[in-house]
Write a protein that binds this ligand. Sequence first.
Ligand code: NAD
Length: 337
Amino acid sequence: MSRQTRVLVTGAGGFIGNGLVTYLKKRGYWVRGVDIKYPEFSTTDADEFELLDLRRWDNCLQATRDVEEVYALAADMGGMGFISANHAQILRNNSLINIHTLEAACINGVKRYLYTSSACVYPEFKQMEANVVPLKEEDAYPAQPQDAYGWEKLIAEKLCEYYRQDYGIETRTVRFHNIFGPLGTWEGGREKVPAALCRKVAMAKLTGNPEVEIWGDGEQTRSFCYIDDCVTGIYKLMRSEFHEPLNLGQDRMVTINQLADMVAKVADHKIEKKHVPGPQGVRGRNSDNTRLRDVLGWEPVISLEEGIARTYPWIEAQVKAKLQAASSEKKEMKSVA
Ligand code: NAD
């Protein structure tokens, strides 16, 4: 690259945004990261990192100044527990972020804008069976997402489409299917199922307890895509000339019970699954990757087993550190008493 292209990554303090910053830096870009927080588990590789609340219009103008491309990843989001319990907050915060960021990018003359949507846009009525037919991009309509999170993503997808048609900004829209890997949220309520299961199995192993709680009967199905494939796919889509929504995920579906067994195998710990009531989302979901292969000539390559093998040890180390900190705190309190 003769001159460094200047790009903005919003949500750069988050799981995928932080990974994308690293990826773009390796490819020679000048990167500004923006978020309301710094990355929790690593330092950022961004050339410049600004703490800005992107719900605010003035902050969006500041964030999108002097850049040619925007990767829009900022969102108030989390796993099923969070998404199913915070509809108004999610719809309000993310609508503000999406509307203001895209408009500011347009005003500041940004050439390309990639929006990160979700498989949560797909209608509930197409995901009633565990053995679900994989979802094609056109299945999103007629629309009936299960949660406000999905509605908000659909509106933002449409916003991108209309801004491209009306104002000429080159928009790209990617629909992620369950991205996971190290350096992602693993506790606190916003974590997604692979991280939650790694944490529960690590906790069981480190405390010598076989029991691992699973929400529902565990026969609900999903596909899971490793973070390295995710950032590669995002980049390939940004560089392509394709502007319709595109699935980005693995197309291998597993049950949550199978995922728990995979984690237990990597942990080398025998678990007893305890099925408890909890939010489960749709019954089944899988990605149809036909369009992904056609458009990018590529699809995710890292297997679920390999992804879990790379993720579990990191989460086990986090759990171990937390348990050790709690135990030293307890000892200190005892000695003070
Ligand atoms: P994440 O929660 O780790 O990252 C999102 C980041 O956005 C966070 O760091 C958060 O602080 C930031 N943010 C929230 N409100 C903000 C605000 N007002 N101003 C500025 N920053 C704000 O989530 P992620 O997994 O990295 O997801 C990135 C994007 O991909 C999101 O748009 C998400 O909806 C989408 N997505 C992710 C998945 C997945 O499986 N991880 C699946 C589908 C879609």
